[in-house]
Every structure is written in structure tokens, then in C-alpha cells.
Design a protein. Structure first.
Length: 356
């Protein structure tokens, strides 16, 4: 029961924590329109509507004193504002190092050849329009009027011929030293760079939900560890969860090693059926008891000591499993060799068994 409750808390904590974390970084933040709120430099994230759906203030408008007063008079308690307030800002080239370009920059005196077959996109159409190109020809022979108010870009029309346009540094370009030198050589002095978003704990509306999720997760882990310790205790005391561990593990290991040594001494005289039966007795007897008692060993002596003991024991188990499979397949010689090879890791496990 404790283990099931721990698993449930882990699931709840993970789900709630993920949802709360997803809410931690947004393109807006909510602010109260209290009388002492400083809203200078803030821009609305969405349209603000009255109860009758009348537009009070459109999105992206600055919250001036007059607009804030009008919103308060209309009964608006809070609004969402952009975060950051402006998505970009102008910067001189030396100050733009390490920033990301917000708007494309045209390099005067340099041109770029746009190959035939290029898909016409809104950005490419705008570049061509700014360069004075009136129309383009698509591969289908259709003339695309760049002066038209609406161009259907969903058709993904491809250029029928190569065109030459002024070279541009595209938006989203990281401005390193090489790129800044290129812009300076083209006579560019200032560029528009993106403003990185800021994170503030006070703006995170789901912070208490996230804290609750962390506490639920920690409680789940604690309950699972408690359930694991209870299972180990039941195993070590021979209770219902682990009667297999009623014998001292070191005694069981010595018994397994002795039986394997005895089998190795007479292995040459055994046929496949006898080998199968003898190895099966080892696998289902002392070796099974040791493997099932590994959690009790870890709880008693620690992870490092348990690993040092269980690693060679696992090697011996692999050899005995191969001996069993080979005997079933009638490969007597291979089965005999595997029994002999199991002795070395068993002796290593005996030497590595932690002192009480």
C-alpha cells in the first residue's frame, strides 16, 4: 500500500510540476491596475475589452496615464503586458556584440543571386519589392504581381529564373566579431537586436503549484524508500516477502561454491541429462537464494560492498545458465566447460563478501 501511494505521488508531482514549469516563461505577465502601480514603458499583450465587448485599448499600445485611468474607470482590475515590453531595441555595432539580429539588414553595394527554383516566401517577396522588382515569374509561367495586396504563398510557387537582389543579413543572425566587421564594412552603424526575455519569480503565477509538486515528489520518493526498507526487513527476517533469505548469505555462498566444485570434479563422467539436473539444482537452490537476497545485502552493507559481491556472482550465474542451456541442447562439452568456468567468479565473490 505504501509503495502504491508513493508511485501515485510521483506521478502527480511529475505532471503538476511539468505543467507549472511550462507556465514559468511566457511572452506576457499580468499586472494589477492598483493606484500606485508604475506602468510606464509597459505595452498591452492583448486587446482589452469592456463587458459589452467594446474595445477599450488595442494590443501593443503603450499604457499611458490616460489609458490606465480609462481602464480603471471601466472596472478593469488587471491586464496582461508584453514581456519584455519591446521585442527589440536599437544598438550601435560595438554594443550589439553577442546579441541576435531582430530585423534583416541590407548590405549596400553587395548583391546575392537567388537561384531558379527557389520557393517564393513572404520574406523573399518583401526583399524583391524593396529592391524595386515589380513582378516575378513562377515555373508554371504565371506572373506574380508583387504590388498586389494579397499574394497566395500557400501554393509554394517556385521562381522560373534567377534573380539578383541586394544581399541581406537575415533576422535571427548571431552577431559575432566576423559578422560585425562585415556590417561595419558595409557602412552600417546601428542595428535592431532582440531583447532577451527576463524571468522573475514574482511573475510566475504557478510557483506555489510547482513547490507543491516538488513536495509531492519528495514524499513519493520517501514512501517508496520506506516500502523498500520494509521489503528488505521482511526478507532478512524470513517473513512472507522473503523466506528465501532465512540462511546466512555467506553460508549460502559457501554451499554454492562447494557444490559447484564437487560438480566440476565429476563433470567429465556426466551425460547431458545428468548435467542438466545437477546445474538446475544449483540455479534453483543456493544461487537463487543469493540473487533474491541482494536487496537485504545492499541494505546491510551498502551499495559499494553489494556491487563488489554481486558483480562476480552475476558472472558465475551467466556461466551456469550457459551450462544449463548447453546441456538441454546436448552440447555436453560446452556445458562441462561452463561449469568449470563458473568456479573463478564464485571464488571472487566469496573473497569480496563484506565482513559482518
Amino acid at each position: 500500500m505504501i509503495g502504491k501511494l508513493g508511485n501515485l505521488l510521483l506521478v502527480i508531482g511529475t505532471v503538476v510540476g511539468a505543467l507549472a514549469a511550462a507556465d514559468s516563461v511566457k511572452a506576457y505577465r499580468r499586472i494589477d491596475l492598483s493606484a500606485d502601480a508604475d506602468l510606464s514603458g509597459e505595452f498591452l499583450f492583448r486587446d482589452v475589452l469592456a463587458d459589452d465587448e467594446t474595445l477599450l485599448v488595442p494590443a501593443n499600445e503603450a499604457l499611458s496615464t490616460e489609458r490606465v485611468a480609462a481602464l480603471r474607470a471601466a472596472g478593469v482590475k488587471s491586464v496582461r503586458v508584453r514581456r519584455p515590453a519591446r521585442p527589440f531595441e536599437p544598438a550601435a555595432l560595438p554594443e550589439a556584440r553577442g546579441r541576435v539580429l531582430h530585423s534583416p539588414v541590407t548590405l549596400a553595394g553587395r548583391t546575392e543571386r537567388i537561384r531558379a527554383g527557389r520557393i517564393l516566401t513572404p520574406d523573399l517577396a518583401e526583399r524583391a519589392r524593396a529592391a524595386g522588382v515589380a513582378s516575378l515569374t513562377a515555373r508554371e509561367g504565371e506572373a506574380i504581381d508583387l504590388a498586389a495586396e494579397a499574394i497566395d504563398f500557400s501554393r509554394k510557387a517556385r521562381l522560373a529564373e534567377e534573380i539578383e537582389l541586394p544581399e541581406q543579413v537575415p533576422a535571427g543572425t548571431y552577431l559575432d566579431e566576423v559578422r560585425l566587421n562585415e556590417l561595419a564594412a558595409a557602412g552600417i552603424e546601428r542595428v535592431e537586436v532582440k531583447v532577451p526575455g527576463t524571468w522573475n519569480l514574482a511573475d510566475w503565477t504557478q510557483r506555489w503549484s510547482f513547490l507543491g509538486a516538488v513536495l509531492a515528489t519528495l514524499a513519493g520518493v520517501a514512501l517508496l524508500r520506506r516500502a523498500s526498507r520494509a521489503d528488505v526487513q521482511a526478507t532478512s527476517t524470513g517473513g512472507p516477502a522473503g523466506a528465501v533469505a532465512s540462511e546466512n548469505p555467506h553460508t549460502t555462498l559457501e554451499r554454492l561454491l562447494t557444490q559447484t566444485e564437487t560438480l566440476a570434479e565429476r563433470v567429465a563422467s556426466l551425460d547431458a541429462a545428468a548435467l542438466h539436473e545437477a546445474v538446475d539444482d544449483l540455479l534453483s537452490g543456493p544461487l537463487y537464494t543469493l540473487i533474491e537476497g541482494r536487496e537485504a545485502l545492499r541494505a546491510r552493507h551498502g551499495v559499494r560492498a553489494a556491487v563488489a559481491f554481486m558483480a562476480p556472482l552475476a558472472g558465475a550465474e551467466r556461466q551456469l545458465n550457459r551450462a544449463w542451456s548447453a546441456a538441454v541442447d546436448g552440447a555436453v562439452e560446452e556445458s562441462r566447460d561452463c561449469v568449470t568456468r563458473a568456479l573463478a567468479p564464485l571464488r571472487e565473490a566469496r573473497d569480496a563478501y563484506p565482513a559482518s
